[in-house]
Structures are given as C-alpha cells and as structure tokens.
Write a protein that binds this ligand. Structure first.
Ligand code: AFP
Length: 333
C-alpha cells in the first residue's frame, strides 16, 4: 500500500479547503517539534542532566528539565511562521505573544509540552498535547490582543487538536474536524506515516481507566459506576471489566482510540475541580474523542461546551466509548 506521509495528508486537506496554508504550516511545525522532543525523550538518562529538576512551573510542580526543554522546542519551532498570534502553555503562567521581528497570524496555540512528566524517570510513555484556536477579532475586524481573554474560548471553537505519544513507537494523532488520523514516526526516513486512518472508538467496552487510589474521595455516581464494573459478570453489568491506568493521559487516550475504553479523572473531595487542565488537556482530547465517535463530559455536561474562566483551570474528565460515558452521565443526573 502506498505510504502517505503527514505532509501529503495535510496537502490533501488543504487542497480540499479543509485547512489553509497557515494552519497546514502550524501542524507540520508542531509535528516536526514532536520529532525533536521524541529524540530527546528517547535519550533518557543518556542525555546530560535532564533527569533532575531545575525549576518549578507556575503551579509549583517540580519541573523536570525535559518539560522546560520540550516547551522551548515547541515555542522556538512555532515563533517565526507568521501564522500564530500567541502561545499558551502549561509551563507558562501567561500567554506568550509573538513579537517582532516575527509576524503575527490568526491562530492561537495551546500546549501541554510534556504530559505525564512524572513518568519520565521510570521509562513509561509520555507525550505532547496541543489545541489550536483562532484569535478573535474586534468589531472593526482587527485581531484582539492575544492575551488571556482571547484564549478563553469553549473547546467547540477549536480548529485542530492532537497529541504525540513518545512510547515504543512515536505516534502523532490529529484532527482538523474531519475525523481522527494517526501517524507513526518512521525512524529510517524520519517522517510521520499514516498508519491509523479514520480512527473510530467502539461505542461499548469492557475496560476502564481511573486512578483507583482516589476511590474513597469519589462522588457517588463515579463510585456506583466503578463498583458495577468491579462486580463483573455476576453484577448489574453482566460482564467482566479490565482496568488500565498509565498515568500519562496521552497513553491512556491512545489506547481508548485504538480499542475503546472509558478514561476517567473525576472531581473528588480533594481535587474538587478534578486534576486535568481544561484548555490544553481536556479540550483537545475531547475534540479528538468526539471526532472519533466517542463522548467527553465533566459528568454534568459536554466538555467542549464549557466556557473557560481561566487559562489553567482544571476540569473533571470522563471520556471514551460513547455508551459508557452516557451511562456515567446518567448516574450524575
Ligand atoms: P504529570 O504530567 O504531572 O505526570 O500528570 C499527568 C496527568 O496530567 C495526566 O497525564 C494523567 O492522566 C494524570 O495526570 C495522572 O494523575 P495521577 O498521577 O493522579 O494518576
């Protein structure tokens, strides 16, 4: 079968007017930056001094140097293209506007440069998550200042979203609103090759993903749902369930895209808003999951309809196989 590269795929989407040249350049540049991050992640402890932490980020999280480096790689790669007005990153408190000598463009890029970073030192898959919005315009047609308010758009306004998983293979998952497509990095030619066209999530599953150590803190609907899964074939579900928890959202979501499943990071009595970030974790993943025929809610409503209040706000996340997500939502009613 003829191998289609990411570039050929994006040229095709541009020729069918699904994306414009600026968005195509942005997506190609993000993918190229993910290749560079993949190379550094794969060096692991062989890379000088990358294991230990040097600084801490805006949330006071100990920042592994690879977090900082991944952020820098993505920012430097995307600064000069003339297609971005600004960035927002988990690693930066405020948005970073594109400044002279570079030209500004119509898009806003939001990134979690290295998701799952607590897994770096134990050689478990980590990844990069990104979301693309348009910079809003004022009534006289000029672009708004690309500061925090310009970013606070609901996830249903995303024009593209995707993630990379740096695992046994490096995969790049992408949606531009016409379904979800997966590409695998061919390390001989160093190109992303289309390997998972038109990904669809099965509506039913027998596999759930949740950090069960939080069980004593869960709200009743979540407790009920998990207890029923654990009751197995003799319980109300009439079938046995399996559990997975990688603690890298990119790895758990790629598994859900590949074979179905439900991924849950609910709010609880300790993490009252949940743990995952709305703008650069939940929204891109929700866009991708819905484009693949799945569902994504915070337990009370569709994640993509949430009006953000802050760049780093957290949200409860329940996403994956549609029938299971709908069941959990019904328990919340
Ligand atoms: P880190 O980036 O701090 O490792 O967090 C990863 C993450 O944001 C997401 O990728 C995982 O699904 C989730 O947190 C894991 O959380 P727990 O460590 O509480 O299981």
């Amino acid at each position: 079968m003829r191998r289609i590269t990411l570039t050929q795929f994006l040229v095709g989407r541009q020729q069918s007017n699904l994306i414009n040249a600026d968005l195509r350049l942005l997506l190609e540049t993000i993918a190229r930056a993910c290749k560079a991050i993949s190379t550094r992640v794969n060096k692991g402890a062989l890379a000088e001094g990358l294991g230990g932490s040097a600084t801490s980020n805006v949330h006071g999280e100990v920042q592994k140097k690879l977090d900082v480096l991944s952020n820098e790689i993505l920012l430097e790669a995307n600064a000069w293209g003339g297609n971005l007005a600004a960035f927002a990153s988990e690693e930066a408190e405020k948005p970073i506007p594109i400044t002279e000598p570079y030209k500004r463009g119509e898009y806003l890029l939001l990134i979690d440069p290295l998701d799952g970073s607590s897994n770096i030192d134990v050689n478990i898959s980590v990844g990069t998550i990104f979301s693309v919005l348009r910079c809003p315009k004022t009534t006289d047609g000029k672009y708004c200042e690309p500061e925090e308010p310009a970013f606070l758009q609901p996830g249903n306004r995303q024009v593209a979203a995707g993630f990379a998983v740096y695992g046994p293979t490096t995969v790049f998952i992408l949606t531009v609103g016409d379904g979800v497509h997966g590409f695998t990095l061919d390390r001989e030619t160093y190109t992303f090759v289309l390997t998972h066209p038109e990904i669809r999530i099965p509506a039913d599953t027998q596999e759930f993903a949740i950090n069960a150590s939080n069980a004593r803190r869960w709200e009743p609907p979540v407790k009920r749902y998990i207890d029923e899964c654990l009751a197995g074939a003799d319980g109300p579900r009439g079938k046995d369930f399996n559990m997975r928890w990688v603690a890298s959202m990119v790895a758990d979501v790629f598994r859900v895209l590949s074979r179905g499943g439900i991924f849950m990071y609910p709010r609880d009595s300790k993490q009252k808003e949940g743990r995952l970030r709305l703008m650069y974790e939940a929204n891109p993943m929700a866009f991708i999951v819905e484009q693949a025929g799945g569902a994504a809610t915070d337990g009370r409503g569709r994640i993509l309809d949430i009006q953000p209040k802050g760049l780093h706000q957290k949200v409860a996340v329940i996403l994956g196989s549609r029938h299971e997500v709908e069941r959990v939502s019904s328990y919340h009613q």
